[in-house]
Design a protein. Structure first.
Length: 241
């Protein structure tokens, strides 16, 4: 089984180069680096300067182990305490400081190009908060005048695979909700408006009153007609006698 390497191999190698007489081979083997990387650190040729990390303080090496290595160039340093694996905790995606200023541009691009993606998905993709997303959506963000929608993949805020997965998930959710909404519209009866119902009741009431009045008038006319006929008949009988 291969020996574990220091938690910060380059920083550890830089400290060993500056503070011990260990050979480059010993340092490279212990840190899991190529010997040329260690040589570049010693010659100050490395493109990136590392702040040294003391492996003795972290418990990865002891002074006795370093002394054994310095006494014997062929000795292989042994890890005294393997670094503890750091697991990913829940929370927003970590974004390098150099990329954080690009987050608003990436959020604006997603809101414009893929409005179906939820705020939770955007937060997971970009590593941002709902407050920031809402501020950009309603244009209340403090720097809204300088925000330009840009593809977050191009900005390096997420990978194309992650973005495609978020789009596919949002599309699937929208497709599942659409039939349910249509079915609900078909089955649910149209609500009867209160004003229309009251108007219909008033109309029926008026029709009944008009019909009753018409019947009363017809009865009165029939009664008057009968009275006149009776009167004419009586006058005719009187004249004949």
């Amino acid at each position: 089984m291969a020996q574990p390497t220091p938690l910060m191999p380059h920083a550890t190698a830089s400290w060993l180069v500056d503070n011990t007489a260990l050979s480059f081979e010993q340092i490279a083997a212990f840190c899991g680096l190529h010997i040329l990387e260690v040589q570049a650190m010693a010659d100050d040729l490395a493109g990136q300067k590392y702040t040294g990390r003391d492996p003795v303080h972290s418990g990865e090496l002891t002074h006795e182990e370093i002394e054994r290595g310095q006494a014997d160039p062929n000795y292989s340093l042994k890890m005294q305490k393997a670094p503890v694996d750091v697991s990913r905790t829940k929370g927003p995606r970590y974004t390098p400081v150099s990329k954080r200023q690009d987050k608003p541009d990436g959020i604006a691009w997603i809101l414009r190009s893929h409005p179906e993606i939820s705020d939770a998905q955007i937060g997971k993709l970009i590593g941002t908060t709902r407050n920031t997303i809402n501020a950009i959506r309603d244009r209340s963000h403090w720097n809204i005048q300088n925000i330009q929608p840009k593809d977050p993949v191009t900005l390096g805020l997420c990978s194309q695979r992650e973005l495609d997965a978020a789009v596919a998930k949002a599309a699937k959710k929208a497709a599942a909700q659409a039939p349910a909404a249509e079915e609900g519209e078909e089955l649910a009866p149209a609500p009867e408006k209160k004003d229309d119902r009251a108007a219909l009741i008033e109309e029926l009431k008026a029709e009944r009153e008009a019909a009753s009045k018409a019947a009363a008038e017809a009865a009165q006319e029939a009664e008057a007609e009968a009275w006149l006929e009776a009167k004419r008949a009586a006058e005719a009988d009187s004249g004949e006698s």
